[in-house]
Each structure stands twice: as C-alpha cells, then as structure tokens.
Design a protein. Sequence first.
Length: 92
Amino acid sequence: MFLTRNLEKRGKVNYQFFRQYFNVNFDLSFGRPQIDVCSKCEELNVEIKDPHLSDGDKRTATAELLVHKRCASIFYKKDKEIEEKCADDETV
C-alpha cells in the first residue's frame, strides 16, 4: 500500500541524509592527521597526560620530553648552520 502511493520516491536518498548517516554510523578516519609534532613528542605528551600513570613516571616522561626537545633544537640549529654555510660557499 505504501509503495503504491510513493512509487516515485522509492530508492531515492538525498545527499544530506546520506552524509549524516555515514558520519554517524561509519565515523571513519583515513590515515594519521598531519600535525607538526614528531611521534616521540606525541607519545611522551600522551604519557604525561595519562591519569593512571604515577607521579614518578610522569616526571620521568617530562624529563625525557625536555631532553628530546633539546636534542631536536640542537639538531635543527646545526642543520641551519650547514645550510647557510653551503649557501655561502660555492665549492660545496
């Protein structure tokens, strides 16, 4: 009975309904989001924010993060120095 009255609407779904249904029921994400944080920094930040971790472990993770950031800073400073040296020196 319903199909005989609404035969022309059978099988048609508008874009908004499909989009909402897909987002609610199939909340998929593809790949890792592009962020400007290295995986080590991200891992340590998650560890620091973990509510189940003891204070000693959080302090260790915080110290590890500081050391990691210092090493990264030194690396990028040296990289910039080498880049400037290569730009100035024509023999390189």
